[in-house]
Each structure stands twice: as C-alpha cells, then as structure tokens.
Design a protein around this ligand. Structure first.
Ligand code: DC
Length: 211
C-alpha cells in the first residue's frame, strides 16, 4: 500500500471510474468518486421534491444534507439524476459542500491510507497538491461508442445518436461552467485512453511505482 493521493479528472464517459476502481485495488487505495456525491444530492432533491431552481430552497437543502455514504448505486445512474447533478454542480455553495466533505474524509484517513479520487475538478481545485494528477483524454466519438456498448450490454435501450448528443451537451456544461470548469489541472499528466485499457493502466502503474 502506498500512502499517496492520486487525482483523476476527465470528461463524461472517459473511463475515469474504471481506472480509479482498478487503481484502488491494485495499489490498495481508498476510492472516492466525487460524481457520486453530486448524484446523491440530485437523488435527495428528487426524493424530497426540492425545487432546485429556487436558490433559497436549494441552499437550505444543501446546508442540511449529510453524506452518509458514497457508494455507487444503480439508482444514481439514471438520466434524471445525471441532469439534475450537472445543473446543481454550477453553484458555488453546492461545490463547497461537496468539497468540504471530500477534504474532511480524506483528512481523516490520509495518515494511514492512500486515495484515488476522480471527478472534474479534483486536481485543479479540491486537491491541488496531490502526489499524482491525471487527466484522462478520450475522443467524443470513442466515449459515445463505449457508453452505448455499456448500455446495450446491460440490456438498456439506447440510441447511439442520442448518447452522442447527451455527452456533447455534458462536455459543454462541464467545460463552460464559471466555477471549477473541467480543465487539465496544472501539473497533471494527460493520459490517452483511446486505446486498450491494459495499455492505459500500464502507463499509470509506471507513474505510480515511481512515487
Ligand atoms: O462523473 P459523473 O458523471 O458521475 O458526475 C455527475 C455530475 O456531477 C456531472 O454532471 C458533473 C458533476 N461533477 C462535478 O461537477 N465535479 C466533480 N468533481 C464530479 C462531478
């Protein structure tokens, strides 16, 4: 086990989650998927019928929301949850709430544990001083193809053109957001994940083994 902090940023469907999952097992790191935190808030908003277009109502909800887990669940992956998560992620008070949880959580365990954390602003904003910062790069078409295959493999109905459109839209939202937009973090290493997964992790494992 290495007591290190690795951040992985990148656009939707770039394979960050799969890479982070693999690294957490290989290097015995705790895996924190920050997207799950935004998704949990979105699910809470749906369950409690919060009008997230009203800043005041959303602020009260966020202030009182306590993250009790950050496990990924199928119900967090619906289109409705994705849309609300990306809408609320533009607010500074929402991002501060998520970031504070991440910092506290990592702070509590980092003495005895290493971490791999994936998201959109982890190396650029939340953990700027991480030991290794990665940015995962995959073309839009490859991401859409992979997401489409994933859905088909799990028997979910989907239309390729629709997937492509949705990913394009999420890219636009993630990159044009005023607060913490998706960027290649300063000091990050850009990893080309267009090819085989084994090739990608070989490069990353080499980087980690040098830490
Ligand atoms: O990675 P994901 O698709 O599970 O993320 C869900 C949404 O949360 C996505 O629209 C962008 C947002 N997000 C963010 O703004 N910052 C992060 N660090 C992680 C996710």
């Amino acid at each position: 086990m290495k007591n290190i902090l690795v951040t992985i940023d990148g656009p939707a469907a770039s394979g960050k989650g799969k890479i982070a999952n693999y690294l957490s097992k290989k290097w015995k790191l705790k895996h924190l998927d920050s997207g799950v935190l935004y998704r949990k808030l979105a699910l809470g908003i749906i369950d409690e019928k919060i009008n997230f277009n009203l800043d005041k109502e959303l602020k009260i909800f966020i202030k009182n929301y306590k993250f009790n887990s950050f496990k990924s669940q199928k119900k967090l992956r619906t289109e409705k949850v994705s849309k609300i998560a990306s809408k609320i992620a533009v607010h500074k008070f929402v991002r501060n709430h998520v970031n504070l949880f991440q910092k506290n959580f990592v702070g509590r365990f980092i003495k005895n544990h290493g971490f791999v954390i994936d998201g959109r602003d982890i190396g650029s904003v939340v953990f700027k001083n991480a030991d290794l910062k990665l940015y995962i790069d995959v073309s839009l078409v490859n991401r859409a193809k992979r997401r489409y295959k994933q859905l088909i493999d799990t028997n979910e109905k989907s239309i390729y053109a629709q997937i492509l459109k949705e990913i394009k839209l999420r890219d636009k939202k993630d990159k044009s957001r005023k607060i913490s937009p998706l960027v290649v973090p300063n000091g990050a290493i850009v990893i080309d994940n267009n090819g085989k997964f084994t090739q990608t992790i070989k490069i990353i494992n080499t980087l980690i083994s040098k830490l």
